[in-house]
Design a protein around this ligand. Structure first.
Ligand SMILES: Nc1ncnc2c1ncn2[C@@H]1O[C@H](COP(=O)(O)OP(=O)(O)OP(=O)(O)O)[C@@H](O)[C@H]1O
Length: 373
């Protein structure tokens, strides 16, 4: 991104942001616990975590709205712990957009630029930049409209344009799609990616939705109880969650309790073969819902991993059918069949089946308490 302030110069090792052992306490409550991470230049980074995991506190700490109790935050190679929020050149997009209701689209966007510290531009230069940004976010034609007279998606674009026009070195987005309905949310996902790619600035996007994080991020950071649970590319996090907490949060794994015995995993009165034995203390056998086959009960010895189940019910959801089966222990296993792959299988409630899968598709995981980055 071109800059009139030179803010984008001085990157160190291709990273825009680094956190070293950052902690934040509210009384006895540990909101951020020894968080270390590096955010690359020119990337879309999704920060995923359950409610209360510390996502907003982390963003607010990076922005400078909160002080740290421990650790160092480095922006473009410079420690910024002592730098006030308005001097960090970080853009912040809030979930509720925080627009000025009495101002038009163009005036909302211009506001950020007119009031940015250290930026001295004449009215004409401001107008040129503002109009270019309005065009970039797809709002041309709505410049004079009051922000109370445009749609939710359009307000989201105004909020984004108002932040981006100041040419921040990093943009923090706190649940930016949370106020939009599902259809608009998926459209805006693509828009945000496109806008970011054109500008080349890093977006750090907080979300509680695993699908949003996996779809948006070049990199996904999973936060759990104030600690980094995993950092990786979306497919890596999706196919190789580091522990059972990350797997549970991804919402697409069955997590079966048991224990490693020799070269197998003992559960439900069986010893399931394992391709890998997993970390010390591994007590969870994780099976992705879409990698399970349902077969008639087997006669004779098992060839691969297999568990006897009873069919409970199925749910149809357009592109897929989700079926629920009960294990002998009573635990429920979810099986997802994508209808583009094959015709739907029909199961009889109360009838016995066997679940099978490839031994390589199972993960043996520890319960997880959060891994250091
Ligand atoms: N000002 C505060 N005083 C005391 N505790 C706080 C304060 N702000 C946040 N917390 C606590 O810190 C933890 C992390 O909060 P945070 O708002 O970052 O969660 P979050 O992951 O953004 O959640 P959500 O997705 O629900 O917004 C929570 O337990 C919260 O109650």
């Amino acid at each position: 991104m071109a800059s009139q302030t030179g803010r984008n110069e001085g990157a160190v090792g291709g990273s825009v942001l680094r956190l070293d052992r950052v902690s934040k306490f509210y009384g006895a409550k540990v909101a951020l616990d020894d968080v270390s991470l590096t955010v690359p230049d020119n990337a879309y980074v999704a920060l995923l975590g359950a409610s209360g995991s510390g996502k907003t506190v982390l963003l607010r700490t990076i922005a400078g709205f909160e002080t740290l109790d421990r650790g160092v935050i480095t922006l473009k190679g410079k420690p910024v712990n002592e730098v006030p929020a308005h001097r960090r050149a970080i853009g912040f997009v809030f979930q509720n957009f925080a627009l000025f209701p009495h101002l038009s689209v163009v005036d909302n966007v211009a506001f950020g630029l007119k009031n940015a510290p250290g930026v001295k531009l004449d009215a004409r230069a401001i107008d040129t930049k503002v109009r270019a940004m309005i065009e970039l976010v797809g709002l041309s034609g709505l410049e004079g409209r009051a922000v109370t007279a445009i749609s939710g998606g359009q307000r989201q674009r105004v909020a984004l344009a108002r932040t981006l026009v100041t040419e921040p070195q990093l943009v923090l987005l706190d649940e930016p799609l949370g106020a939009l309905d599902a259809n608009l949310r998926s459209r805006m996902c693509g828009e945000l990616r496109r806008i970011r790619e054109r500008l080349g600035v890093t977006f750090l996007h907080v979300t509680g939705s695993e699908t949003e994080a996996l779809a948006m991020g070049d990199q996904v950071i999973v936060l759990d109880q104030g600690r980094i649970a995993q950092i990786g590319q979306p497919d890596e996090v999706y196919t190789r969650p580091l522990d059972a907490r990350v797997a549970r949060f991804l919402n697409c794994y069955n997590l079966i309790e048991g224990r490693v015995e020799g070269r197998g995993f003992a559960t439900e009165g069986r010893l399931l073969p394992c391709a890998q034995i997993g970390p010390a203390g591994a007590e969870i056998y994780a099976l992705r819902q879409d990698l399970i086959e349902v077969a008639p009960p087997a006669q004779g010895p098992n060839e691969g991993p297999r568990l006897p189940v009873t069919f409970v019910a199925s749910e149809y959801s357009g592109p897929s059918i989700t079926s629920f089966f009960k294990l002998p222990s009573g635990a429920v296993i979810t099986v997802e069949n994508h209808l583009s792959h094959r015709d739907p299988q029909v199961f009889e409630p109360g009838r016995s089946y066997d679940l099978t899968w490839k031994v390589d598709d199972a993960l043996i995981l520890a319960r997880g308490t959060g891994a250091r980055a």
